[in-house]
Design a protein around this ligand. Structure first.
Ligand code: HEC
Length: 141
């Protein structure tokens, strides 16, 4: 019983700590950052993993890596755009040229924000500036 109460207390603490971590952005429609990353993980598993692989390293010469991808790191908006509308131009990722098209996966703006928050914060990638639904919705073809 004592342990149970302790567990409850610590869970309450986790939740309130999360709240105090909320981003200051008021236009952000999706849940907080960590929740978005957690949702994004499921979307990644369902829609992206077959090509970009569970470890985000892709498949050499066919599917570019997302882990430590200089393209993803340096082209925030173009990367979101690629996921939103697909990408068929040749691109260079970490010194390798990739030229197979990626189709649009038909995700909603919220799903795109979540999966982008996941991939930009996994496998050693770090992005502290949350990608919001609003940011995704403003990207046009
Ligand atoms: C059918 C295979 C396939 C699937 C599924 C797929 N991609 Fe891609 N992805 C590619 C290919 C191929 C490219 C390179 C496109 C090009 O060269 O024009 C690419 C490029 C990218 C890039 C930019 C390049 C880089 O490596 O940083 C990002 C970001 C990306 N994909 C994210 C995703 C996300 C997120 C999903 C799931 C929502 C996804 N992809 C699903 C094949 C795929």
């Amino acid at each position: 019983m004592k342990h149970f109460i302790l567990l409850l207390l610590s869970l309450t603490c986790i939740n309130s700590c999360k709240d105090s971590n909320k981003t200051t952005s008021t236009t952000n429609l999706s849940a907080n950052f960590s929740e978005s990353i957690a949702n994004g993980k499921d979307i990644y598993t369902d829609f992206c993993m077959t090509c970009h692989m569970p470890d985000g390293k892709g498949v050499p010469k066919s599917f570019p890596p997302l882990a430590n991808s200089d393209y993803l790191k340096n082209n925030r908006l173009l990367s979101i755009k690629a996921v939103k509308y697909g990408l068929s131009d040749a691109i260079e990722v970490n010194g390798e040229t990739y030229n197979m098209p990626m189709a649009s996966l038909g995700l909603s703006d919220a799903e795109i924000a979540d999966v982008m928050n996941y991939i930009t914060n996994s496998w050693g990638n770090q992005n502290s500036e949350m990608i919001t639904v609003k940011e995704v919705s403003e990207i046009k073809p």
